[in-house]
Design a protein around this ligand. Sequence first.
Ligand SMILES: [Zn+2]
Length: 108
Amino acid sequence: MTGPYVDGVPAPEFGPGMVVRVCRECPASWVGLPDEPCGWCADRHARMVDEERRLLLYPPWLRSDAGAGALRAWAERLARAVQAGIITHAEARRALERVQSRRLRRAR
Ligand SMILES: [Zn+2]
């Protein structure tokens, strides 16, 4: 195949129903089915969700002396993330317990 590629151009040499696909979000182009989502964008989205989860569950500012207000705001963000399906209820609870036990250790 030689460029420039045009989305939707039939590519029967790659199999029945196959077409040229050009992503609208990123520079990717490939041969696939007409309704096939872009794998590169899906990977990028998965990495973004992973990073968002990591920042939620292990926020860098927690290592500093965060005040009660910051902790309360963080707990609310965790609750919203559970509702949005970004993290599970168990993950949020473990993250809160981890912070609480760390603060108890520090208080002794
Ligand atoms: Zn893409």
